[in-house]
Design a binder for this molecule. Structure first.
Ligand code: MRU
Length: 362
């Protein structure tokens, strides 16, 4: 049987007739492309927690359809009874992972549909929820493409680009955020040379970024995380593009563990450090990176996972934060779908959100 290219699969899709949220099980990539058909809230919670669906925008899209599925199953016929059950389901899904703000952003957006349509029947509210979930997904493609166009405007053809973790198509509806300039550049024959950090401990860079770029015909070289400084020193990298999970109002940006080290290295070698951030990832209610909750995950991810046999002594202490915060002083620019934010980020973000508000009025 002919092997389908991974880029032809949808990261997250939805079948309303079967009441199924469909995702690629990203824990099994690249060796197996297995689709998961999720129907219960527990299954969806687990899929987010276990990183079967992961990456901030994709988590948001999955949460949108996930909460719609919960709403669809509610049998209440009064608004108050419906809303009480909806709220419970929303809080449950929201507890699956703490750092990526897109999870609560999507769930809050869905809740707003419920609250602002109190006068409608429960059945009508359910239909509006489905429409909103579809919109969240469709918008994501436009957001990523637009981030890609802005990102591309910052670089020259033929350069070396380093990326960390996976902020690719597998983390979004299409294009990715950090990979969007790479894919759009490839369409124009830019011939970028990309370095993908493997991204310990869950290897999203090796298993996902290297996989999707390689499958797309991009010139990608996989490196271990501790090789980034060498490739930078060798002059092989002219720009760093990474994604993010939550950006504070001052520009401090949480992304996969190791990103802040990459940013410090980039500054040392005079390489621009670009964070690709949909506005849904910017949390203006969070003043600085100090306010970002960093997820800590089981130590087994460091000691056992991916190894045939455990590779660390049994019982050894572990510390396994999933994200770190890159201080805004190490960030050259934050690329959003409404423009490129430059320091001071607080002011730049205000402009960007103003632009977004005006665009949404049209
Ligand atoms: O733990 P993960 O795999 O969900 O972490 C993903 C990242 O850190 C991504 O860089 C981020 O979510 C942006 S995805 C466009």
């Amino acid at each position: 049987m002919e092997q389908r290219n991974i880029m032809s699969y949808e990261t997250v899709s939805f079948d309303d007739a079967k009441s199924e949220l469909i995702i690629i099980d990203q824990t099994r990539l690249p060796y197996e492309t297995k689709m998961l058909h999720l129907t219960t809230q527990k299954e969806i919670w687990n899929a987010i927690y276990r990183l079967e669906v992961r990456g901030a925008p994709a988590i948001g899209v999955a949460a949108g359809f996930g909460i719609y599925l919960a709403a669809k199953a509610i049998e209440a016929d009064t608004y108050d009874a419906f809303y009480a059950e909806f709220k419970e389901a929303k809080d449950y899904l929201d507890s699956s992972r703490p750092t990526a703000v897109n999870l609560s952003w999507a769930l809050n957006r869905m809740e707003k549909v419920v609250v602002s349509n109190k006068d409608k029947s429960v059945q009508e509210i359910k239909q509006l929820l489905l429409k909103e979930a579809i919109e969240i997904k469709e918008e994501d493609t436009w957001v990523c493409k637009t981030i890609g166009e802005y990102g591309l405007s910052l670089v020259e053809p033929g350069i070396g680009i380093l990326t960390h973790c996976n902020a690719g198509q597998l983390a979004t509806s299409k294009y990715g955020t950090a990979t969007a300039p790479i894919y759009l550049g490839q369409e124009k024959g830019y011939n970028f040379k990309v370095f993908a950090d493997e991204t310990r401990p869950l290897l999203q860079g090796a298993r996902l970024t290297a996989y999707e770029l390689h499958s797309s015909g991009v010139d990608v070289t996989l490196i271990c995380d501790n090789m980034a400084s060498l490739v930078m020193k060798n002059g092989w990298v002219q720009a760093v593009f990474v994604g993010c999970d939550r950006v504070a109002a001052n520009g401090d940006s949480a992304n996969k563990i190791g990103t802040s080290g990459v940013a410090i290295l980039a500054k040392n070698y005079g390489i621009p450090m670009y964070i690709c951030a949909p506005t849904s990832t910017i949390d203006m209610a969070c003043e600085t990176g100090e306010g970002i909750h960093i997820e800590e995950r089981p130590g087994e991810e460091i000691t056992e996972m991916w190894y045939k046999e455990r590779m660390a002594p049994a019982g050894v202490k572990t510390f396994n934060p999933a994200f770190d915060v890159t201080d805004h002083e190490f960030i050259t620019a934050i690329i959003t779908e409404y423009g490129i934010a430059k320091p001071p980020f607080n002011e730049s973000f205000r402009e960007i959100f103003k632009r977004k508000e005006e665009a949404q009025k049209k």
